[in-house]
Write a protein that binds this ligand. Structure first.
Ligand SMILES: [Cu+2]
Length: 179
């Protein structure tokens, strides 16, 4: 089990995945200088602003529980990567299962992809928009056309009603540059 330093106190209660950029260097000694340089030059996307998750919504709705230790991550992309269209994204989920929207099954959810979203509500259904894509059939990958430039991408797991789990299951927010 790798350890992961969370970049933000606000997100410390969430289950952040995507720690692949950290903790990968196990060697000490001669390589230290190069590792330090690699780390310093790596881009770091600020985390999204997310409301603190509550187990119950104001409506009385009981959120679906996230399994402890669940990780959500981009399998094939990392923060700071340069990509070209069409951009393929593979969604990685460890610790829970994928089920289509509308199917109530403990320990499951469906993927949501947030594109250029800097803030979202953990205590409401995820909206449907060009920036918030739902994969309600249980898809675990997609292919996008993105405008040239930089974009942030983040995965959020939602339950059968598109409501984030408690605690939130979200990936690291990453930035990609589209050529
Ligand atoms: Cu949804």
């Amino acid at each position: 089990m790798r350890s992961c330093v969370l970049p933000s106190v606000a997100l410390a209660t969430t289950l952040l995945a995507g720690c692949a950029g950290h903790g990968m260097h196990h060697h000490h000694g001669p390589g230290t200088m190069q590792q330090t340089m690699d780390r310093a030059s790596a881009s770091a996307t600020p985390p999204a602003t997310v409301t603190a998750s509550t187990p119950t919504l104001s409506s009385g709705y009981q959120k679906v529980a996230a399994a402890p230790g669940t990780r959500l991550y981009f399998v094939n992309l990392r923060d700071g990567q340069t990509v070209s269209n069409p951009v393929k994204l593979v969604f990685g989920l460890s610790g829970m299962g994928v089920a289509p929207a509308g199917v109530e099954k403990a320990g499951t959810g469906h993927h949501h992809l947030l594109i250029d979203v800097a803030a979202w509500d953990a205590n409401a259904p995820l909206p449907v928009s060009d920036q918030v894509r739902h994969f309600g059939m249980g898809q675990t990958e997609t292919t996008l056309q993105l405008a040239p430039g930089t974009h942030t991408l983040q995965l959020v797991l939602g339950d059968q009603n598109h409501i984030p789990h408690h605690p939130v299951v979200a990936s690291e927010r990453i930035t990609v540059t589209v050529k």
